[in-house]
Design a protein around this ligand. Structure first.
Ligand code: SF4
Ligand code: SF4
Length: 72
């Protein structure tokens, strides 16, 4: 299950919202930018899409495996 998004490294690109098949992550306005919020963590199917596709590698789905190597 998704455990953390490091908002200090997040660039607000928004990719993690549409790429999640379970609609867990939602972009929300925070100051003058939008940042991802883990809205429905209980719906996470642990597919690792968000962690793999985040260009800043700031999402952790698994608490042990950090900075998962890219599959390509
Ligand atoms: S994909 Fe990564 S950098 Fe982009 S909004 Fe999501 S957490 Fe931030
Ligand atoms: S691991 Fe998959 S289901 Fe869970 S938040 Fe990330 S993209 Fe969504």
């Amino acid at each position: 299950m998704i455990v953390d998004i490091d908002l200090d490294k997040c660039t607000s690109c928004g990719l993690c919202d549409p790429i999640c098949p379970a609609d867990v992550i939602h972009m929300e306005q925070n100051g003058d930018k939008e940042f991802p919020v883990i809205q429905y963590p209980e719906h996470c199917v642990t597919c690792f899409n968000c962690e793999i596709f985040c260009p800043e590698q700031c999402i952790d789905v698994h608490p042990i495996v950090r900075r998962r190597p890219l599959p390509w």
